[in-house]
Design a protein around this ligand. Structure first.
Ligand SMILES: NC(=O)c1ccc[n+]([C@@H]2O[C@H](COP(=O)([O-])OP(=O)(O)OC[C@H]3O[C@@H](n4cnc5c(N)ncnc54)[C@H](OP(=O)(O)O)[C@@H]3O)[C@@H](O)[C@H]2O)c1
Length: 272
């Protein structure tokens, strides 16, 4: 059935790829970003009512993890109040909400998290994303919560771009080797999200396959780009940051087909 899919946060890293992937399907796509709708404003929800979409994909979020520690109120306004406004309009229109969430809802003490594991965030960003999830779970029947991690894509600031810049500027760099996760290509994630629309409602963990530390991720970028920069492994405590980071960010996918290995996706991304 042809759907009218509204993407909010359509100019962000993931939102851009979702709009582009949906445009290749028979569905109608509407992409809105902050200049079209501010999800923190209840009054803006009437615009959604007028448009009358069949489903909403919310990619809009406050995503600066370190800044969130000092800007907690603003972060909360987007990641909690904004989600509440979307929950209310989805309920009113009786349409499903797809919400993008994060590995940061967990504390990272466990070496892999299942979809139904208890949330226990360790920083402000994670707390607000967890609260947003709870609002959805408590108030909607038709929802998909998609937790993902370590995103890279061509339309946003990400680790791959940071490394490519550093490789050009420095002869030696240090990268932490005591945080483990799974790099995830936004294009792969976008396709998986579209396929999900036919599946049962609920919580899903979607990342590329495999795992690595940030150091191993950097080494693979170096290998694929034949850079000469020397990368030294180091520990998180050598790089104090305002927000605490989870040690293990592995999200076990127990519900859908696995995506390709992150190394294959990285190779694809670097060829663009
Ligand atoms: N990046 C990652 O590594 C990562 C990992 C796990 C989960 N996630 C989740 O994945 C989703 C997408 O992340 P992303 O990295 O693609 O984010 P992003 O690039 O920061 O994009 C978010 C978009 O939302 C817009 N926005 C911000 N506040 C808004 C508001 N009040 N109303 C409407 N739009 C607003 C932003 O506009 P401005 O740029 O003008 O603020 C931006 O275009 C988020 O839910 C994030 O929590 C991301």
């Amino acid at each position: 059935m042809r759907m009218k899919i509204l993407i909010i946060g359509s100019k962000g890293m993931l939102g851009t790829d979702i709009v582009s992937e949906i445009s290749k399907t028979e569905n109608e796509v509407i992409g809105w970003d902050i200049s079209d709708i501010d999800i923190t404003k209840e009054e803006d929800m009437s615009k959604i009512e007028k448009e009358s979409p069949s489903i909403i994909i919310n990619c809009a979020a406050y995503t600066d993890v370190d800044k969130a520690e000092e800007e907690r109120e603003r972060c909360c306004s987007i990641n909690v109040t904004g989600v509440k406004n979307l929950v209310d309009i989805c309920k009113k229109l009786n349409i499903p909400l797809i919400q993008i969430s994060t590995d940061y809802v967990f504390n990272g003490e466990k070496e892999g998290y299942d979809e139904d594991n208890k949330k226990n965030p360790i920083n402000s960003y994670g707390q607000t994303k967890a609260e947003g999830e709870d609002l959805i779970i408590d108030n909607l029947k038709k929802y998909y919560i998609i937790r993902t991690a370590w995103l890279f894509g061509k339309n946003g600031k990400n680790f791959v771009e940071t490394m490519l810049k550093l490789f050009k500027e420095k002869e030696e760099i240090k990268v932490v080797d005591d945080q483990v996760g799974c790099p995830t290509y936004t294009k792969d994630l976008a396709k998986a999200i579209i396929n999900l629309i036919e599946k049962d409602y609920g919580i899903y963990h979607i990342t590329n396959s495999g795992k690595c530390s940030w150091f191993e991720f950097a080494e693979e970028i170096k290998r694929l780009t034949t850079s000469n920069c020397i990368i030294h492994p180091c520990k998180t405590k050598e790089f104090p940051r305002p927000a605490k980071r989870p040690k293990f960010s592995i999200l076990n996918n127990n519900k859908i087909e696995n995506l390709q290995d992150w190394k294959d996706s990285l190779q694809e991304y670097l060829k663009i």
